[in-house]
Design a protein around this ligand. Structure first.
Ligand SMILES: NC(=O)c1ccc[n+]([C@@H]2O[C@H](COP(=O)([O-])OP(=O)(O)OC[C@H]3O[C@@H](n4cnc5c(N)ncnc54)[C@H](OP(=O)(O)O)[C@@H]3O)[C@@H](O)[C@H]2O)c1
Length: 280
């Protein structure tokens, strides 16, 4: 059972290595580097402390500038970046980590993720071995994966004897990944929901709209509240200041069990919006 400290806002989740991550964070996929700085500055001003970027997003520099200028103590922030596919492998991972850290302007990272499992490439085990070295050396506090499926996670855990702290996967009301989430829970892996709003695709859903009207909040707030009550770490993205603030303002109301059940019912077989990890 994942430990979630709800005495703070946003709640904080304790990972299997003891590291604490704010349950609500801020994602910056598809935000150009020059827009990442003002977006992250806004998010930090609004209270977000968990920022999710990746080498492939091309905005680690902008994210780093926002962090540096914020005046927020480093140990109050939780910064995640991800290793891109062509950097997989032991030595190349160590090099890519140094480059990401330098772009971010940080001297340690909170969470490093393998962005995609890339099973055919055959390098995810060596990549995670390099992650273990980075963690042992104190350069990254927590190590995890993204877009890993159950068989790949099983091989990694059985071979390396370490359970990744997080599996960041596509999760939103149209694509709930219940079996993989249950596997994560069973193994002490926290599921982090990417594209929690389905990159916007779920926002117009009539059932979500009805619940939003019942509660007097927005559809985005309903979906993010569902994430929180389900126990996911969630990282919505926006470059719009009003929406950045709105997405953080989800702790003054609750979904009832009946409302949660209605959202649970929106799961569908063709709900995926991003690539399939088995073929990407
Ligand atoms: N590990 C992976 O492979 C992976 C893959 C995809 C995403 N991610 C992570 O997950 C994060 C979130 O996913 P995402 O960027 O795909 O999208 P998302 O958070 O699901 O949705 C973002 C979209 O919704 C809009 N939006 C945000 N808040 C809104 C609100 N309150 N009302 C109306 N519209 C709103 C945004 O518009 P504006 O920005 O124009 O306001 C944007 O178009 C990414 O930024 C990234 O950090 C990871």
């Amino acid at each position: 059972m994942t430990a979630i400290d709800t005495s703070v806002t946003p709640p904080v989740v304790t990972l299997n290595d003891g590291v604490r991550i704010p349950q609500l964070g801020f994602g910056v996929w598809q935000v150009p580097d020059d827009q990442a700085q003002p977006a992250v500055e806004t998010a930090l001003r609004d209270g977000y402390r968990n920022i999710d970027t990746a080498r492939i997003y091309g905005n680690e520099v902008g994210v780093g500038r926002a962090i540096a200028g914020s005046g927020i103590a480093r140990d109050e922030l939780f910064v995640t970046t991800k290793l891109w596919n062509d950097d997989q492998g032991y030595d190349s991972t160590l090099k890519a980590f140094d480059a990401s850290l330098e772009r971010l302007g940080l001297d340690y990272l909170d969470l490093y993720l393998i962005h995609w499992q890339q099973v055919d490439r055959g390098a995810y085990l060596d990549t995670f071995r390099a992650f273990q070295k980075l963690q042992a050396d104190g350069r990254v506090r927590s190590i995890g994966v993204s877009n890993f499926t159950q068989p790949t996670l099983t091989t990694l855990i059985d071979t390396l004897g370490q359970v990744p702290s997080i599996n960041q996967i596509e999760v939103h009301p149209y694509f709930q990944q219940r079996a993989l989430h249950a596997f994560d829970v069973e193994h002490g892996i926290v599921t982090e929901a990417w594209s929690p709003l389905g990159s916007g695709a779920v926002l117009g859903d009539p059932a979500i709209g009805a619940i939003a009207a019942e509660l007097g909040v927005s559809p985005a707030q309903v979906i993010l509240r569902w994430d929180i009550q389900k126990g996911f770490v969630t990282i919505p993205k926006s470059v719009t200041p009003e929406r950045i603030a709105q997405n953080f303002d989800i702790f003054g109301f609750e979904l009832s069990e009946e409302q949660i059940a209605r959202i649970d019912g929106l799961d569908r077989a063709d709900g995926r919006t991003g690539p399939n990890p088995d073929t990407f």
